[in-house]
Write a protein that binds this ligand. Structure first.
Ligand SMILES: Nc1ncnc2c1ncn2[C@@H]1O[C@H](COP(=O)(O)OP(=O)(O)OP(=O)(O)O)[C@@H](O)[C@H]1O
Length: 350
C-alpha cells in the first residue's frame, strides 16, 4: 500500500501540555476514504487538523506527503501539498474578505496555481465547482460575503477547495455554524465529492450521528490519545471503550419513547492521574488500579477496531502503530446517503 499522507509517531505539545500524543495514521493513495475524528472539546481534534494541513509542526514525529517529509520539501513539493490538501473551516466568514465579492475567493487560488489557461476556462471551472455544492453561479457570483447565508458561504468554501482538485479535504466542524436544515445536504455533498472526485475527507466533529451517517471509519480522541478506532458500524454502533460508550450514550434520541443515556454510564470521581496511566482513568466508571499506572494497550477487538483499554486483556494488541490498519476499505456498495442511513443509537438497539 502506498500512503498519500502519513503521520508517524506525532506528538504536539504546547508548553508542558500535550495536545496530541503518539499519533500514527496513514491515508491510502489508491482509495478515497471518509474518516471521522471525534471527541469532546479540547481532545486535540483541531490540533490534528492543523498538523495534517501543515499549519503547525509536530513537536515530535513526522508528517509525510507522497513519500516526502513536510519539513524537507522543496518549494514546488510544498506548493503541490498546499494545493492537494485543502481545509474547510468551521466559520467561513473568517476566511472571506468583506470588501471583495465572493468571486475573489474562487478566482485567487485558480490564478495562484495557474489552473486555468483562459478566463473562459476559469469561469467554467468556477461554475462547475459551485454546481457540485448545489450553488448556481448566477445566484452566487457578484455578491459580497454578507449577502450570502451561512450555508451558502460554507458551500462557497467547499467549492473553493474543490476547484483546486485536492486529494484530501480536512473539514473541521464544517457544518456546526450552519442551519440544521442544511447540514445534511452539505455533508451529503462532501460524501458525493469523496465518491465522484476521489477526494479523501477527514471530517472533524463533535457529532457522532453525522459521523456515522457519512463516514466509513472513525477515530475517537480523548485528551490527545486515540481511545477507540475502526469502522463506524463497530465504534459508534457497538462502542466498547468506556469513553466511546459515554459519547454514544450522549447522542440525543429523536424518538421520545426511548430514554436518553440508556447505557447508564456513571462517571467515577475525578482524581489525580499520572500521565503514565490511561487519560480517561479519572472519569472512567470501570477504572482499575492498573489504569492509573500503566498506559493501556490497543486491544484489537475484531479485525476492524481497537480500543485502548485494559478491559480487553485477552485481545491481541494492534500490531502496527498506524491507526488506519484497522480501517475498513471504503465500500462502494454502501451507496446510502444521509437521508437513508439509520441513526446510530437506533442501530445499537438502546
Ligand atoms: N496554540 C495553543 N497554545 C496552547 N494550547 C493550545 C493551543 N492550541 C490548542 N491548545 C490546547 O490543546 C488542547 C487541544 O486543543 P484542540 O483545539 O486541538 O481541541 P479540539 O478537540 O479541537 O477542541 P474543540 O472541539 O473545542 O475545538 C486544548 O487543551 C487546547 O487548550
Amino acid at each position: 500500500m502506498t500512503a498519500l499522507i502519513e503521520l508517524r509517531g506525532v506528538r504536539k505539545t504546547f508548553g508542558g501540555f500535550t495536545a496530541l500524543d503518539d499519533f500514527s495514521l496513514s491515508l491510502r493513495e489508491d482509495t478515497a476514504s471518509m474518516t471521522a475524528v471525534a471527541g469532546e472539546s479540547g481532545s486535540g481534534k483541531t490540533t490534528l487538523a492543523r498538523i495534517l494541513l501543515g499549519f503547525i509542526q509536530p513537536s515530535a514525529g513526522q508528517v509525510i506527503y507522497r513519500g516526502r517529509d513536510l519539513t524537507q520539501m522543496t518549494r514546488s513539493e510544498k506548493q503541490l501539498f498546499r494545493r492537494e490538501v485543502q481545509p474547510v473551516f468551521q466559520d467561513p466568514f473568517d476566511v472571506f474578505n468583506p470588501f471583495y465579492r465572493v468571486d475573489h475567493v474562487l478566482e485567487t487560488p485558480l490564478r495562484r496555481y495557474k489552473l486555468a489557461s483562459s478566463r473562459r476556462e476559469e469561469a467554467a471551472m468556477i461554475e462547475d465547482a459551485l454546481s457540485r455544492v448545489g450553488l448556481r453561479a448566477a445566484d452566487t457570483l457578484g455578491r459580497y460575503p454578507h449577502e450570502l447565508s451561512g450555508g451558502q458561504r460554507q458551500r462557497v468554501m467547499v467549492a473553493r477547495a474543490v476547484l483546486l482538485r485536492p486529494r484530501i479535504i480536512v473539514a473541521d466542524e464544517p457544518v456546526s455554524m450552519v442551519d440544521a436544515s442544511l447540514r445534511a445536504t452539505i455533508l451529503d455533498e462532501l460524501r458525493t465529492l469523496n465518491r465522484d472526485l476521489g477526494i479523501s475527507i477527514i471530517y472533524i466533529t463533535h457529532d457522532l450521528t453525522t459521523a456515522f451517517q457519512i463516514c466509513d471509519n472513525i477515530l475517537v480522541l480523548y485528551k490527545g490519545d486515540v481511545t477507540e478506532a475502526g469502522s463506524v458500524e463497530n465504534v459508534i454502533g457497538d462502542p466498547q471503550h468506556p469513553y466511546t460508550q459515554l459519547l454514544v450514550s450522549s447522542i440525543p434520541l429523536p424518538d421520545l419513547s426511548q430514554k436518553w443515556g440508556a447505557l447508564d454510564i456513571t462517571l467515577a470521581e475525578a482524581t489525580d492521574f499520572t500521565s503514565r496511566g490511561c487519560n480517561f482513568a479519572p472519569r472512567c466508571p470501570k477504572v482499575m488500579d492498573v489504569c492509573r499506572t500503566k498506559a493501556p494497550p490497543r486491544a484489537m477487538l475484531d479485525a476492524d477496531r481497537f480500543a485502548r483499554c485494559f478491559l480487553f486483556g485477552e485481545a491481541p494488541v494492534l500490531p502496527a502503530p498506524d491507526i488506519a490498519s484497522v480501517f475498513r476499505p471504503p465500500d462502494a456498495v454502501r451507496a446510502s446517503t444521509i437521508e437513508t442511513r439509520p441513526s446510530p443509537r437506533r442501530e445499537q438497539g438502546s
